[in-house]
Design a protein around this ligand. Structure first.
Ligand code: PMT
Length: 399
């Protein structure tokens, strides 16, 4: 899918700059037309001539070295590209982009472009965890920049940890997948919630449920593959944070509610897969509750019904709920569909071990407000997610 794609590769000054050579080669082999921009610091690690030989294109290092008098180079490159990749992206470069600083050919061109930009950070593990770097990355992410997360391992500085530039093959695979997306939902923004919530009782105890987040993360992946811009709000899970979407980690139902409400008005579709606690302790104790003999009880209160609030507040959004049931599945599911003012609901039987909570498979019924019902037989959660996204798309299409 990269064949014929026009790619600007920005290389900044880190030891991982050598990997950008392999990246250029892989992109060129895939049929892409690659133009490389190097920062001055990058030229300390590798030479422009290497990139020129591999890309078969001139390499840009200086804003004022105008190769063609008919155009302004940085504007011309910004307009020419289908997308940008910055690999490696140093902490310094990320900081500059996040603050609109344009002091060289790379940052100037990045500021002038309107096409998708992939950033592949590479730096020392402590730099990667620095609040300034985290803030800058968050800011860029909220502007739609896509991050190719660094891997864990041995770093050139001698530390072992996160900060290694992703391997060139992986980067090409990822970018290829992105460009291969079905573009049906190109202009759609989809909000998905996943995982459990955790309601604290004291500093060592909490109430939760068995949700692993697998179903919600699979839906996020499928929605991305459909071309949507995805906002994933997740409770505590052990799953890797997916790339190329907006990710928000929350702990309890109230935090999920606040995050959902903050995003709700800018999205077109909401899929509420999360298993939200219905009750929480009335009081969270500051100190660990000491055990005593005899029974123990906790006063609980209702959490906010997030889906119910969305149903009351929705205007243009297509609202999909989930129903985790153990009996009378259709009957209880239909009740939730109506009472929460949903457009559709996905019913699953959570009394079974082979599907539902924490399993790799699921089996669901997709029920709509318009009265249709579609049973999806047991399949992997990714397959189920693919089919659900397709069904939601068809339902939206019916108007
Ligand atoms: O995460 P996995 O291990 O992959 O498991 C997937 C799953 C079983 C969690 C998933 O398929 C599922 O069924 N999700 C819904 C779980 C649930 O909370 O169901 P419910 O019937 O209790 O709630 C109905 C709907 O209201 C849900 O969309 C839920 O997100 C929402 N809700 C519930 C309570 C609350 N306070 N606010 C809500 O928004």
């Amino acid at each position: 899918m990269l064949k014929g794609k026009k790619i600007v590769l920005g290389v900044s000054g880190g030891i991982a700059a050598y990997k950008a050579i392999a990246l250029t080669s892989k992109l060129a082999q895939a049929g892409a037309d690659v133009r490389v921009i190097m920062t001055e610091n990058a030229t300390e690690f590798v030479t422009p001539l290497t990139f020129q030989a591999i890309s078969r294109n001139p390499v840009y290092t200086d804003t004022f070295d105008e190769k063609d008098p008919n155009v302004i180079a940085h504007i011309d490159l910004a307009d020419w590209a289908d997308f940008f990749i910055v690999a490696p992206a140093t902490a310094n470069l990320i900081g500059k982009i996040a603050n609109g600083i344009a002091t060289d050919m790379l940052t100037t061109t990045l500021l002038a472009t309107q096409v998708p930009i992939y950033i592949a950070p590479a730096m020392n593990v402590h730099m990667y965890q620095h609040p300034a770097v985290i803030e800058n990355m968050k800011k860029l992410e909220s502007w739609g920049y896509r991050f190719i997360e660094p891997g864990d391992g041995y770093l050139a500085c001698g530390y072992i940890g996160r900060g290694r530039l992703e391997e060139p093959e992986k980067m090409v695979e990822l970018i290829d997948m992105e460009t291969n997306r079905t573009i049906k939902w190109k202009n759609k923004k989809v909000l998905i919630t996943a995982g459990p919530t955790r309601e604290a009782l004291d500093p060592v105890r909490y109430f939760t449920n068995y949700s692993s987040g697998k179903m919600g993360y699979a839906l996020a992946q499928s929605a991305m593959e459909y071309g949507a811009e995805v906002y994933l709000i997740s409770g505590p899970t052990n799953l890797a944070i997916p790339q190329n979407l907006h990710f928000y980690r929350i702990t309890n139902a109230q935090e999920m509610y606040e995050q959902v409400m903050q995003l709700f008005h800018q999205v077109d579709i909401v899929i509420k897969t999360a298993a939200v606690a219905d009750y929480r302790p009335v009081k969270i104790m500051d100190q660990k509750i000491k055990k005593k003999t005899g029974p123990f009880s906790v006063d609980m209160e209702r959490t906010v019904d997030i889906l119910g609030s969305l149903g009351q507040n929705k205007n243009r959004q297509f609202l999909v709920g989930f129903a985790a049931e153990t009996e009378n599945i259709k009957q209880y599911g239909k009740k939730k569909l109506d009472s929460k003012n949903l457009d559709a609901i996905v019913l699953n039987d959570v009394s079974r071990n082979d599907i539902g909570f924490d399993a790799d498979h699921n089996e669901v019924i997709f029920m709509t407000k318009s009265g249709s019902e579609h049973a999806i037989p047991q399949a992997s959660k990714k397959d189920i997610a693919d089919q659900l996204i397709k069904l939601i798309d068809e339902e939206i299409g019916k108007g």
